[in-house]
Ligand binder design. Structure first.
Ligand SMILES: Cc1cc2nc3c(=O)[nH]c(=O)nc-3n(C[C@H](O)[C@H](O)[C@H](O)COP(=O)(O)OP(=O)(O)OC[C@H]3O[C@@H](n4cnc5c(N)ncnc54)[C@H](O)[C@@H]3O)c2cc1C
Length: 372
């Protein structure tokens, strides 16, 4: 019954994607895969199918790279923060597994780490980080020689620290103990968050406990307003979820893989042949159906640019795309929520609103996005 419902949902949400729209949204690509880390233990703490970590581990073990730039969750003064490190062992790569939905300082932290590192490196980052790195590579040939592979995580947007601070404070109250560890998302489909506390308690909640606010763009990073890069145009390989309902019943959650460059393809093939990764081919429409709301919304900077002055933001329009009434309304809701979460006077109200009300608000936003 559930399988049938998923198939119906899938059919209703499936869209037709023209060549030019695919080019605009996804950029150039050579190969597409639906993949997962073959070893079960490499998927336990993964955001999706554990492909990001499996790929890095196999490249390290095959001697293709000497290190990998990864992003760790640290607990600092009981607050959840994300920092970059260069992992040189399998254990270090696994310790940094999973998505960190909180702001980072790529240029300030990661670039110096890469420059100081003595060896070849694979870099994982959000699309904005990877395009910043690519710009630096043009100016700095030593840096370019060192970076062997650029992996972008498909990205809707990222959140400021205030959001995770509020969520972790609520969890701390529930556990009545200081926070010891935090994982944003693990497990099948949308997954669960997991917080560990000093008194030994572990709290798990549906990821929506956090993502309800995130998806409504409360406490979004400002730079995300001007970004139209959902899939990581400048990467050698992009990794993301494939949220098409037809894959919901798969017993193993998988990662959608977009291979863009020759270098990406060569390194992917050496990991695949080594057996670390299990993969089947995927169609670009599967990837886009899985991002059917988020990707067109993300690309449409023009809509955000139009409504930005209403909220005192400046958003330069780099894409000059058509703004339909529903794209305009979605942008209005998005920027209104961002502004609301910036208001010292009113932002406490956000967390006092009943969740069912916020859920209805989110469904309205998603409904409008589906019209695109
Ligand atoms: C802020 C954010 C937003 C995202 N939005 C979407 C989306 O809208 N749609 C979608 O399909 N996918 C999105 N993703 C990507 C998705 O969550 C997974 O990261 C991706 O599918 C790879 O999963 P995996 O299991 O293969 O990788 P894993 O094995 O979990 O490895 C992930 C690697 O990424 C690194 N990493 C994690 N977070 C960050 C970060 N913030 N900055 C730099 N490196 C990091 C980790 O250290 C690890 O090395 C997002 C990820 C992030 C961090």
């Amino acid at each position: 019954m559930r399988k049938m419902l998923n198939q119906v949902a899938d059919k209703l949400l499936r869209k037709s994607w023209t060549e030019s729209r695919i080019n605009r949204l996804v950029g150039e690509y050579r190969e597409l895969y639906h993949a997962y880390a073959s070893e079960d233990s490499l998927r336990v703490n993964a955001a999706s199918g554990g492909v990001g970590s499996a790929l890095l581990i196999s490249l390290l073990e095959q001697g293709e790279i000497d290190g990998a730039l990864v992003c760790n969750t640290d607990i600092e003064n009981e607050k959840v923060r994300a920092h970059f490190t260069i992992a040189t062992t399998k254990q270090e790569i696994l310790a940094a597994q999973g998505s960190k939905y909180v702001e980072t300082a790529f240029i300030r932290e990661a670039l110096p780490l890469i420059r100081q590192f003595n060896g070849r490196i694979a870099v994982v980052g959000l699309p904005c980080d990877i395009s910043n790195l690519s710009r630096w590579e043009v100016k700095d040939h030593d840096l370019a020689d060192k970076v062997k592979l650029k992996i972008a995580l498909v990205c809707g947007h990222n959140s400021r620290t205030e959001l995770i601070d509020e969520i972790s404070q609520q969890l701390r109250k529930e556990a009545a103990s200081p926070l010891r560890s935090y994982q944003f998302r693990k497990g099948h489909w949308r997954g669960e968050l997991e917080a560990g506390f000093q008194n030994g308690t572990t709290i798990r909640k549906p990821f929506s406990y956090f993502s309800l606010y995130q998806n409504l763009f409360f406490y979004s990073e400002k730079k995300c307003l001007v970004c139209h890069d959902h899939f990581g145009y400048q990467a050698d390989i992009s990794l993301g979820d494939v949220w098409a309902y037809r894959f919901k019943q798969d017993p193993i959650k998988k990662t959608g893989v977009i291979i863009r460059t020759r270098q990406g393809s060569d390194l992917w093939q050496s990991s695949y042949r080594g057996g670390t990764i299990t993969a089947t081919s995927l169609d670009i429409c599967d990837i886009l159906d899985g991002q059917a709301r988020a990707a067109p919304f993300h690309y449409n900077v023009s809509a955000r640019s139009r409504v930005a002055p209403l909220f005192g933001y400046k958003v330069p329009d780099k894409v000059k795309t058509r703004v339909s009434w529903h794209a305009w309304l979605t942008a209005l809701i998005t920027l209104f929520n961002m502004r609301w979460s910036e208001s010292v006077q009113w932002n406490r109200l956000i967390f006092r609103l009943p969740r069912p009300l916020l859920k209805a608000y989110l469904y309205l936003k998603k409904g409008l996005e589906s019209l695109s």
